[in-house]
Design a protein around this ligand. Structure first.
Ligand SMILES: NC(=O)c1ccc[n+]([C@@H]2O[C@H](COP(=O)([O-])OP(=O)(O)OC[C@H]3O[C@@H](n4cnc5c(N)ncnc54)[C@H](OP(=O)(O)O)[C@@H]3O)[C@@H](O)[C@H]2O)c1
Length: 355
């Protein structure tokens, strides 16, 4: 049996897009999973992946991926594990369809994140939530659906989790500066963003996601105020955060809580887990997207410029790689967590019978 045959086959929905390409890139050398099936829109269906995808990344398009035939939306799939990088409207239709057919769908899309039946997973913070797929309506067919958060939210909750666990959170304010790759490809027109800042993303939709997803992940109730901006950066969302704690803490205690944070992926040594999910940089002028976004292969969230705040208790700057830790890497880590928990191990016949 070849190395490729020994690995778990994976299908990618929305494989040709910005996040889909990051998934293809990450799967090229993945020790457990192999990219086996690609689904995209009718515009791409029937073409070879190499022809359909306008490859945006700074590594070569993997040769085996380039040869895959792109399948139509809703086409039958062999892979039980399905990673979804679909836009929300398409996800609303296709993700339950594949879950119903017995596939485990691990999604980047926002459509089902706040659905009480669906885990909104960050494996360092709430790995126990993955177990909820056993009670989902698709469980009898062997299917399921888990989601990862909005790309800014991953950075925000990674910084908030140790503070919530150690001191409790009383109130949080976030101001985001979000990269253009967050809008997918081709994204924001160049004449709108070069030399410019746009103080709105998605007509208020982005702010609504950021204001509600952290509480579901942290299983905590605290007010969160947010203002978003699109800025002319290629990769990396930067967030200025202001935090009021329930228990008084010195800056030293806050720093120690942030820098020492690790979780289940590090304990289980999951392949995509960075050694340090959160890293404090003791400099006022960091983190910066240009210099820090690739830490931990894009999976480490950086925190810097930690200082006291006259209104809140502390303020600091967070940086998250939006298409890696904020999207493709997050989905892959979720899939690895499901595999490590034995949740991928349903019999193949269950999938076949459900079609
Ligand atoms: N970019 C980020 O930083 C980021 C971060 C977190 C979450 N997300 C979420 O991840 C998802 C993908 O984002 P993206 O930035 O990769 O978007 P994108 O670049 O626009 O890619 C969209 C993908 O969906 C496919 N698609 C479009 N309509 C379809 C249809 N009717 N049926 C099947 N496939 C269809 C496209 O295929 P074609 O190439 O054939 O059109 C493409 O592969 C979105 O839900 C987004 O909100 C993105």
């Amino acid at each position: 049996m070849s190395d490729r045959e020994r690995k778990t086959p994976v299908a990618i929905l929305g494989a040709t897009g910005a996040v889909g390409q990051r998934l293809v890139q990450a799967l090229e050398s993945h020790p457990w999973f192999v990219f086996a099936e690609a689904v995209a829109s009718e515009r791409s269906a029937g073409k070879r992946y190499g022809e359909a995808a306008h490859w945006l990344l700074d590594s070569e398009l993997p040769a085996a991926a380039a040869e895959l035939a792109v399948l139509s939306p809703g086409a039958p799939l062999q892979s039980r594990l399905v990673l979804s990088a679909l836009d929300t409207a398409t996800a609303a239709e296709l993700e339950p369809l594949y879950a119903e057919r017995g596939h485990l769908v691990v999604s980047n899309a926002s459509k089902f994140r706040m659905d009480p039946r669906v885990p909104l997973l960050v494996p360092e913070i709430n790995p126990h939530a993955a177990e909820r797929i056993r009670e989902q309506p698709w469980a009898p067919q062997g299917g399921g659906l888990v989601t990862n958060p909005n790309c800014s939210v991953v950075g925000i909750v990674m910084a908030l989790a140790p503070l919530q666990q150690t001191f409790g959170l009383a109130a949080v304010t976030c101001v985001t500066m979000q990269a253009v790759s967050g809008a997918g490809y081709p994204g924001v027109p160049s004449l709108d963003i070069l030399g410019n800042v746009i103080p709105d993303i998605g007509g208020g939709g982005e702010e609504a996601k950021i204001a509600s997803e952290p509480q579901k992940i942290l299983e905590a109730d605290f007010p969160l105020s947010v203002a978003v901006n699109r800025v002319p950066v290629v990769d990396g969302h930067t967030i200025s955060m202001f935090v009021k704690l329930r228990r008084r803490a010195s800056l030293d205690e806050i720093r120690r809580a942030l820098d020492g944070f690790t979780g289940e992926p590090q304990r289980l040594k999951l392949p995509t887990a960075p050694e340090r999910p959160l890293q404090v940089i003791d400099r006022a002028d960091r983190p910066q997207p240009l210099r820090d976004v690739r830490r931990g292969n894009g999976m480490t969230v950086s925190v810097g410029n930690l200082r006291a705040d006259p209104v809140y208790d502390a303020r600091f700057t967070v940086l998250v790689h939006n298409t890696v830790r904020g999207a493709a890497g997050a989905a892959l880590l979720n899939a690895e967590l499901l595999a490590a928990k034995g949740l991928l191990a349903a019999p193949v016949e269950v999938v076949a019978e459900a079609r």
